[in-house]
Design a protein around this ligand. Structure first.
Ligand SMILES: [Zn+2]
Length: 60
């Protein structure tokens, strides 16, 4: 299951905790960002005016 989200400008609204995290404007595809509130990680899958982020899930 791939969960994706798109930022508003450079602001990530976390799909888990719904808090907003301001992201750097220098991210590029493949970079990993972390929600500063709940700690889950997203990978940047598209970088432009807005970012498309894909939830990274731990596979065990
Ligand atoms: Zn979060």
């Amino acid at each position: 299951m791939d969960e994706q989200t798109t930022t508003t400008g450079k602001t990530l609204t976390c799909i888990e905790c719904k808090n907003e995290t301001q992201l750097s404007d220098t991210l590029k595809q493949g970079d990993v960002v972390e929600c500063e509130f709940c700690g889950i990680e997203f990978e940047v899958t598209e970088a432009g005016v807005e970012y498309t982020l894909s939830l990274i899930e731990d596979e065990k």
